[in-house]
Write a protein that binds this ligand. Structure first.
Ligand code: NAD
Length: 353
């Protein structure tokens, strides 16, 4: 797969980008260039095996810097771009939306312009095969009631600065396809979890606090529903879409694993109690309910029929086994997240992505 091809991965030092790079290096012959600014959320420690691999290169680069990106396109002449670089945390977007507008909108615009310039300079056969895969979220669709699922034709209705910035970037990608014919593909995926997730997001946040037997703050009544996908399933879906997805299409990605936030936290408590018995009784007693997040979407759920029918993809990991694996990973890799906490991340934010 991807023989003699060079793939740019923006945001490759983040949670999902690093899973994509690990997958590309392990399961394909692609050469990978990781383009990442290394914000607070990015770390090369998510890619412990990559630096020695001759098919891997890292470039510290902000996607808002056009000349910098142009230099990389000229240097590596990529066959495809997987665009994951973004500001990704909803709570941070409420406190400080400016960075979200910059990276998610201006950064995507800048990348589109440099992709277009590069694509126009390619030979005809390379131009046909080139793809820009833009990785987005189901949060662009807004909130669902008790019934129904997000499909590829669900109207956009973003409610947070984060989802609005991602929706804007999706529209830009669509316009570059329609106006300039750049071969783009967009994916909209549900909430991810798994190894190397930054500890401000719901699942690692609760694992890390649960291990320390600290209070476990849950927004509102905890009945918000998210559709959880194990990150390696997302990485395999993205690789498949890059390989076989049709230019100009969008694909929804999800694992049909709807769970309430409260269920997720209770499950983490129960697994931790079994793996690392606490000193103060069952961890469920640590759960406390705090004021809800403004504009908090009630329910997200994905209809992944299109990617399954067209490309034959489906999630391998169900939530109960995936969460168990994830908790094991966080227990066995304490030094990875302890270093983040020691370097100034205070862990006091309620991370309910
Ligand atoms: P993350 O926050 O863990 O990683 C983002 C990465 O982007 C970091 O390595 C960061 O250093 C880098 N980055 C940020 N700004 C940059 C800039 N200006 N230039 C270059 N690099 C920059 O995020 P994630 O959870 O891995 O999400 C990756 C992508 O997937 C995002 O586009 C996000 O919107 C999307 N997504 C995430 C989820 C989820 O549940 N986490 C679900 C669906 C879609």
């Amino acid at each position: 797969r991807f023989d003699k091809q060079t793939i740019f991965v923006t945001g490759g030092a983040g949670f999902i980008g690093s899973a994509v790079i690990r997958h590309l290096l392990a399961d394909t012959n692609a050469s990978v260039v990781n383009i990442d600014k290394l914000t607070y959320a990015g770390s090369l420690s998510t890619l412990p095996g990559a630096p020695g691999n001759p098919r891997y290169a890292f470039e510290k680069q902000c996607i808002c810097d056009g000349p910098g990106l142009r230099r990389l396109f000229e240097k590596y002449q990529p066959d495809a771009v997987m665009h994951l670089a973004a500001e990704s945390h909803v709570d941070r977007s409420i406190d400080g939306p400016a960075e979200f507008i910059k990276t998610n909108i201006v950064g995507t615009f800048t990348l589109l312009q440099e992709c277009l310039r590069h694509w126009r300079g390619l030979s005809a056969d390379k131009r046909d095969r080139f793809r820009l895969l833009h990785v987005s979220t189901d949060e662009v669709f807004g909130s669902l009631g008790a019934e129904g699922l997000f499909t590829e034709t669900t109207p956009y209705a973003p409610n947070s600065p984060y989802s609005a910035s991602k929706a804007s970037s999706d529209h830009l990608v669509r316009a570059w396809r329609e106006t300039y014919e750049l071969p783009t593909v967009v994916t909209n995926c549900s909430n991810n979890y798994g190894p190397y997730q930054f500890p401000e997001k719901l699942i690692p946040h609760m694992i890390v606090r649960g291990l320390a037997e600290q209070s476990l703050p849950v927004y509102g009544d905890g009945k918000q529903i998210r559709d959880w996908l194990y990150v390696e399933d997302h990485a395999s879906a993205l690789t498949l879409v890059l390989e076989r997805g049709r230019a100009g299409e969008t694909y929804n990605i999800g694992g049909s694993n709807e769970r309430t936030n409260l269920h997720v936290v209770e499950r983490i408590c129960d697994v931790l109690d079994r793996l690392v018995p606490g000193t103060r009784g069952p961890r469920r007693n640590l759960i406390s309910f705090v004021a809800d997040r403004p504009g908090h979407d009630r329910r997200y759920a994905i209809d992944a029929t299109k990617i399954s029918r067209e490309l034959g993809w489906r999630a391998r990991e169900d939530f109960e086994s995936g969460i168990e694996k994830t908790i094991h990973w966080f227990c066995q890799n304490r030094s990875w997240w302890q270093e983040i906490i020691d370097h100034g991340y205070d862990g006091s934010r309620v991370g309910l992505n």
